[in-house]
Design a protein around this ligand. Structure first.
Ligand code: ZN
Length: 232
């Protein structure tokens, strides 16, 4: 009966292609959003096992934090870029949650990310969020929250200034662009807690730095940082 159901699902998949967001190949029964081949072959960083990883080094001297990690290496033209593109621009919220789940599974086996109290996604400006319909970092946060059984807070930290697209800016311009962009509106909600700040892709660290500097005004216990991908 189960085998029959699988055959029917596979037939339906042929009629209504259910494609992997990493490689665009057909997904088989039992696979969802990302195929087994991609899950096996995408470039994992293993940052969760190394306190001196490249994301952490990127942030040293700029913010006070407990530990930082990204799940995947972002390379142009590679499967991780396809995943991030669909997460950010193609309304694939469930993909965000799945990637969040994958981040959380690494956090669970890491010696450095224990006892997180609250998850704070990098906020999006309300106008941009309304236009896109969702905040991809919040989707990732939701996936992490489900595994760690920890709440998500989206009211304490706000994005109060709209920023232009970062893609073609220099490092210095990106940094300047991020000043005064985020605001800790409700510090009491973070007070005394171990916060996990969550982003989609960390590049120069300017966004994380700006968010972290605000979060640290809230008299928190500890700040940890997690992202889906690291692009250098
Ligand atoms: Zn695939």
């Amino acid at each position: 009966m189960i085998a029959m159901k699988r055959i029917l699902e596979d037939l339906l998949g042929l009629l209504y292609p259910n494609l992997c967001y990493g490689c665009f190949k057909h997904l088989y029964a039992g696979e969802s959003l990302i195929c087994t081949d991609c899950l096996y072959h995408i470039s994992y960083t293993d940052h969760h096992l190394d306190l001196k990883n490249r994301v952490a080094k990127q942030l040293w001297g700029r913010v006070n934090f407990n530990a930082a990690m990204a799940l995947l290496n972002f390379k142009k033209g590679a499967r991780v870029q396809n995943l991030i593109h669909h997460l950010k621009y193609k309304n694939q919220r469930l993909l965000g949650e799945k990637l969040g789940t994958m981040v959380a599974e690494k956090l669970l086996v890491s010696p450095f990310f224990g006892e997180i109290d609250l998850i704070v996604p990098v906020p999006m400006h309300p106008r941009k969020e309304q236009k896109r319909g969702y905040n991809q970092s919040e989707c990732i946060a939701k996936g992490i929250a489900a595994v760690l059984n920890v709440p998500v807070n989206r009211t304490a930290l706000l994005k109060v200034t709209e920023t232009s697209t970062q893609t073609n800016r220099s490092r210095y311009a990106r940094h300047e662009n991020m000043k005064m962009v985020f605001l800790l509106a409700k510090p009491a909600e973070l007070k005394g807690k171990h916060i996990l700040l969550v982003d989609d892709v960390i590049t120069t660290g300017a966004t994380i730095e700006a968010c972290a500097l605000e979060i640290c005004k809230g008299n928190i216990a500890k700040l940890s940082i997690a992202a889906v991908a690291f692009a250098d």
